[in-house]
Design a protein around this ligand. Structure first.
Ligand SMILES: Cc1cc2nc3c(=O)[nH]c(=O)nc-3n(C[C@H](O)[C@H](O)[C@H](O)COP(=O)(O)OP(=O)(O)OC[C@H]3O[C@@H](n4cnc5c(N)ncnc54)[C@H](O)[C@@H]3O)c2cc1C
Length: 287
């Protein structure tokens, strides 16, 4: 089982080009668990843990405004400890807070979470609603893809065999006043999401100027519902508007039944989570 431990990106890309059979390992919290469950030996692994440049989190100015660039090997603990993430990307910070337990967070990376392409991956809905893009690199060059073009299905991505995900660029959401993430699991800690809702609302003078919504674990990938967003846009943030949007959301989701929950339960809860936006702490009813 060859294990390569490159120390910079160019060495990583050379290894991937020279070893097409190799798999990338970041924290190993998903990859090793899967390999063990399948009774398979890992084969050739290119491990990212010593590539320091992939672990950086930095604020930047782009042509379209402020953004945060997060290196693919930044761990969930790094996200939680970063003032830049807490202040500029509160939704991602909340998703990281609901992620597993500290031992897993210390190893699990944001790049690994994105590349698992799981509909239950906790950072994905936040990255979707914030219109994040991923940066990919190989010895052939670099490219940038919007999140929905990268994650193409459950466990499927647009990553080529010689490519590595180097980072994710997240535009700082500026007009949004409500940043909400809620995850329903089978227990409080270490739970994979049975359903999750991520919502960003821009509320001005009691009226919703803009709404972005994404659900986890209720379809093959993260589910957006443009119809529910359109219902909320221009409405007051009331239970009546949210109930109508929740109906649209229940039509849009496509959950499955598994060991954690039935499809019917997931569909119902996907709508119910939206109703919670009516009574978030600190909000006056109807405001
Ligand atoms: C006990 C436990 C609890 C968990 N709880 C949660 C939870 O609450 N929420 C949640 O979302 N997930 C959870 N997970 C799943 C897992 O921890 C996450 O998906 C994690 O983010 C994976 O990151 P990693 O760095 O460990 O990835 P790895 O296991 O190293 O890799 C996962 C996949 O991504 C690929 N990959 C990794 N990094 C890159 C890169 N930079 N470029 C290209 N390919 C790459 C690997 O080749 C592999 O296919 C849990 C797992 C366990 C074991």
């Amino acid at each position: 089982m060859p294990l390569f431990l490159p120390t910079d990106l160019s060495e990583t890309l050379a290894l991937l080009a020279d070893h097409p059979e190799a798999r990338i390992m970041a924290g190993g919290t998903d990859l090793l668990v899967r390999l063990r469950a399948a009774g398979r030996t890992p084969g050739t692994l290119v491990c990212l843990e010593r590539v320091a440049e992939l672990g950086r989190i930095e604020a930047l100015e782009t042509a379209t405004g402020p953004a945060v660039r997060i290196g693919a090997a930044a761990t969930i603990t790094d996200l939680l400890r970063s003032d830049t993430v807490r202040q500029r990307l509160p939704l991602l910070h909340r998703a990281a807070s609901a992620f597993a337990a500290p031992t897993v967070r210390n190893a699990a990376t944001i790049g690994g979470n994105i590349c698992t392409a799981s509909p239950a991956a906790d950072t994905l809905p936040a990255l979707h609603v914030m219109n994040a893009s991923v940066e990919l690199a190989s010895r052939r060059g670099a490219r940038i893809l919007p999140m929905p073009h990268f994650v193409t299905g459950p466990g499927r991505t647009a990553l080529e065999p010689d490519e590595v995900l180097t980072g994710v660029v997240v535009p700082v959401p500026r007009i949004f006043t409500i940043h909400h993430f809620e995850k329903v699991g089978q227990r409080q800690a270490m739970a994979i999401a049975v359903v999750s809702l991520t919502a960003m609302l821009a509320v001005e003078d009691g009226r919703i100027r803009d709404a972005r919504l994404a659900w986890g674990s209720v379809g093959p990938t993260i589910v957006r519902c443009p119809e529910a967003e359109a219902i909320l846009r221009g409405s007051r943030l009331t239970l009546t508007a949210l109930t109508e949007a929740a109906r649209a959301a229940r039509r849009a989701v496509a959950p499955i039944s598994d060991v954690r929950a039935t499809a019917d339960y997931r569909r119902q809860v996907a709508g119910n989570l939206l109703l919670r936006l009516a009574d978030l702490p600190g909000r006056k009813p109807g405001s």
